[in-house]
Design a protein around this ligand. Structure first.
Ligand code: ZDR
Length: 283
C-alpha cells in the first residue's frame, strides 16, 4: 500500500501532512512515524500530522507525531501547516477560519492570505502541576532555579497545551543546545519531558530564540515555544505583550492579549511537495 502525503513547512519546521478525513488510513505506530520522518530512510520531517474529521462543533481534528514517534498535545507551526493544507484541499485562498480539535483543546486558525495564518493558541497554563513540573509545589514556576548538568539555570515554565521551559540568556548563540538540550528534555522535574527554549532579548518587542524540542531535538522553529517564550518574557517583565520572535527558520509575531488572556500567533507556512511513500508496510 502506498501512502499519499503532502509536505509543508512553517519557518523550516517541516511536516508530513496526511489527509485522513475519511479515516481510511490507520494511525501510524511510533515506529512508522519515526520511519516517515527519517531523512535517510523515509520522507524526512520534524513530525507527521493527520487531518481527521472534527468532533462536536469542530471542523477537523489534528493528530501529530514527533519524529521520535511520541504524540504531543499541540504544535504551533504544525497547525498553521494543517490550516493551509485544509485551505488548499478546499481551494480557499483567504479569510477562512477553522476550529481544530487537538489534544490541547479546540484551536482556531485563520487564513489571513495564502501562506499567512493567525492561530488563537488559547490561554497559557502556569500551574506547575498542570504543565507538568515537579518540585515547585503547585506554584507558578517563574524565574526559578533549575540545576542541569551541574549548572543552575533560571527558568520559567509554561504549557501551551504542551510543556515548555524558557531560559533567558545573554547570548543565545553561545548555548551548546545539542549537548544541553537532552538534559533539559529528560530532567526529573519534567515528568512528561519538556521543550526547552533559550531566549536572548533584542528589544522590548523582539526576542531571539533557539529551541530543543521534545521528541524532535534541534529544529528551526517552534510555534508553541515562541508563544511560551513571549508569555515568559511578559511575566518576568522583559518584553511587551506584542513581540516578534526571531527563530533560526524565520520570524513569528506573537500577541498575548490582555483582554482575553489568549495568545495569538501569526506566521507563514508553505506547501513544499506532494508524494507517495512506498516503504511502509501498512496493514
Ligand atoms: C514545537 C512545535 N514544533 C511547535 O511548533 O509548536 C510542536 C512540536 C511538538 C513538540 N515537539 C512537543 O511538544 O513534543
Amino acid at each position: 500500500m502506498t501512502l499519499v502525503f503532502s509536505k509543508y513547512q512553517g519557518l523550516g519546521n517541516d511536516f508530513i501532512l496526511i489527509d485522513n478525513r475519511d479515516k481510511a488510513i490507520p494511525i501510524l505506530t511510533p515506529e512508522q512515524a519515526c520511519l516517515l520522518c527519517n531523512r535517510h530512510f523515509g520522507i524526512g520531517a520534524d513530525g507527521v500530522i493527520f487531518l481527521l474529521p472534527g468532533v462536536g462543533d469542530t471542523d477537523y481534528t489534528m493528530r501529530i507525531f514527533n519524529s521520535d514517534g511520541s504524540e504531543p498535545e499541540m504544535c504551533g507551526n504544525g497547525i498553521r501547516c494543517l490550516a493551509q493544507f485544509v485551505a488548499d484541499l478546499e481551494n480557499r485562498t483567504s479569510s477562512i477560519s477553522y476550529r481544530i480539535n487537538t489534544l490541547a483543546g479546540i484551536i482556531t486558525t485563520n487564513l489571513e492570505k495564502q501562506g499567512l495564518i493567525t492561530v488563537d493558541m488559547g490561554r497559557p497554563v502556569l500551574d506547575a502541576e498542570q504543565i507538568p513540573v515537579i518540585g515547585y509545589g503547585n506554584e507558578k514556576v517563574i524565574n526559578q532555579p533549575l540545576i542541569v548538568q551541574d549548572k543552575t539555570w533560571t527558568v520559567t515554565c509554561i504549557s501551551m497545551g504542551n510543556p515548555h521551559c524558557v531560559t533567558f540568556v545573554k547570548n543565545v548563540d553561545e548555548i551548546p543546545l545539542e549537548s544541553i538540550g537532552p538534559f533539559f528534555e529528560h530532567h526529573s522535574a519534567f515528568p512528561k519531558r519538556i521543550n526547552a527554549e533559550f531566549i536572548e532579548i533584542i528589544r522590548a518587542d523582539q526576542i531571539k530564540m533557539r529551541v530543543w524540542e521534545r521528541g524532535a531535538g534541534i529544529t528551526l522553529a517552534c510555534g508553541t515555544g515562541a508563544c511560551a517564550s513571549v508569555v515568559a518574557g511578559v511575566l518576568t517583565e522583559r518584553i511587551n505583550r506584542r513581540s516578534k520572535v526571531d527563530l533560526p527558520g524565520g520570524q513569528l509575531e506573537i500577541y498575548w492579549s490582555e483582554d482575553d488572556q489568549k495568545v495569538y500567533m501569526t506566521g507563514p507556512c508553505q506547501k513544499v511537495f506532494l508524494g507517495e511513500f512506498c516503504g511502509l508496510p501498512l496493514e
